[in-house]
Each structure stands twice: as structure tokens, then as C-alpha cells.
Design a protein around this ligand. Sequence first.
Ligand code: COA
Length: 277
Amino acid sequence: MEEVLLVEDIPIEDASPKGAKITIWTLNRPNKLNALNNKIHEEIKKQCVRAESDDNVRAVIIRGAPALPPHEGKKQKPSSFAAGADISEFEGKNSDDVRPFFEDNAWEAIWNLSKPTIAMVDGFALGGGTELALSCDIRFASKKSKFGQPEINLGLIPGGGGTQRLCRLLGYGKAMEIILSGNMVSADEALRIGLVNAIYESEELVESTIYFAKEIAKKSPHTIKVAKRVIRASLDLPFSEGILAERSEFIALFDTEDKEIGVKAFLERKEPLWLGE
Ligand code: COA
């Protein structure tokens, strides 16, 4: 049977506490440009449960499987992160058919992870593909990547959080432009407007992304979670309440082992050996 999501765990030997790893999830339908069908959503949701419950998982990277060589006489398919939700699953469906799927989807499962998530985009990230990247905390892309929300051309709007997350990330005007036009956004433009954190040559993308994920994996896993939680709170809370939330979490960190370990290690010019608590 087609394995639509490949999972690879990479151990991080020099991280503490011991056993740390990053997990890489590869959307694996290259002949369909890694379009997100029901099965991929189910597999991603399962992996989210695993990543959340396994203390050793320190960061998640999501990528698309590279394009396969073409069959004889056929054209080469382009490389993709994901070219959107699988449009073939939309035909003939009414609201009752699609509601259960959209009410429990992979975009929110990723968004709700307490651990850092990174989208590694090499090629098309369209519709649900851009939304999957937006569900991650950080986006790295190759220079050939293209983003966009072309749902408007199907008589639809983004349904995986794109209207809200694009607006928060890029602001009202840019979100309107991208969603109302359905136009693609080049990697250069994506970097300029803050849709991606960095762009690389395709050959450098994997190494640079894994390097960054490992850097995060070496911090205190407890402190990383607190940092993500407080930054995330800024999306929902009024500014003054956000400042209070930060202060309260900051003060609470003074009761953790890892704060004492981190401060001592700095003063003694040593590497901190985190306990994760
Ligand atoms: N859902 C289902 N299948 C998709 C798909 C999607 N979102 N995107 C691409 N595919 C399939 C194509 O049907 C095609 O399958 P086939 O070879 O069996 O016929 C294969 O992937 C290759 O796509 P193709 O369109 O032939 O490649 P291209 O290089 O000509 O064009 C794109 C690339 C990305 C511009 C084009 O595929 C596209 O516009 N895709 C849809 C994007 C979209 O609207 N996404 C939002 C969905 S809500």
C-alpha cells in the first residue's frame, strides 16, 4: 500500500536530556505533487499524537517528497512541498460530506503541537500546502519554491486556516492580495513579505533546515515549550494581557532546574546539561 507519509527520526547525540531526536515527516505522493488527501491528514494527525507524547521529540520538520523521474514519454513533474488539498476528493461533495474532515484536520493538529515545527519547502506550496507551511512555526524554502492560495479559482476559499494565519503573519493587505487573486508568490517575494524565514539553494535546504532544528533541539525542551506558548499567546491576547502572561511565565521559570543549570553553565563557561524541567 502507498505510504503517504514517511517518518524519519534523527537522534541528536549532543543534546540533553539524553535520547533527543528531531523527526522529519515527508509527504509522499510525488506523482500528485504531494496533494493532501484524507490519508495524509490521518497519518499526520497520528504523528502529531506521537510527537506530542514522546518527550524525546524536540522538533518536527515537514517536507514534500522530491519529484520522481518521469515515465518514458511523459513530462517531468515539478518538485513540490504540497500542491494543496487533493482536489479530486472535492468533486460532488456537499457541506455535510466535508464537515467532519475539516473539523478535525492535520493543519490544526500541527498548529496545536507544543513543540517547534519547521516547514521545509522545495517547490510548489499551494492552497493547503501553503496552509500546512503556515501551520508550522518557521518556514525555510528553496529559491525555486512558489506559494499561493489558489482556492478562489475553484470557487472556494482557504479552509485550513489560511485566511487567519496569513493575515496574522503578513497583515491584512497582503493576505487579501494573495487570497483574492489566487496568484503565486515567488520565493524571493515570500522572503520579502515575511512568508518564509529564509531561502536557500535547493542543494543547501535540507542541511540548513536540519542544522537549525538541531540547534533548537539542544535547548532546554521545557524552556522551548514555554517560549512557544508565550509567543503563541500574543496571537489571541490583547497586548497588555500578553505582557502579563509573559511576565508570569518568566517568573515561573525561576522555579525550574533548567534555569539554574543554564545560568550556572554560563557563569562557569560550560555547556548546560539540561534536565528538561
Ligand atoms: N489535487 C489533486 N491532484 C493534484 C493537485 C491537487 N491539488 N495538484 C496537482 N495534482 C496532480 C495533477 O492532477 C497531475 O496528476 P496526473 O499526472 O495524474 O494527471 C499531477 O499532480 C501533476 O500536476 P500537473 O498539473 O500536471 O503539473 P503542472 O506542472 O502542469 O502544474 C501546478 C503544476 C502546481 C501549477 C498545478 O498542478 C496546479 O495548479 N495544481 C493545483 C493547485 C491548487 O489549486 N491547489 C489548491 C487546492 S485547494
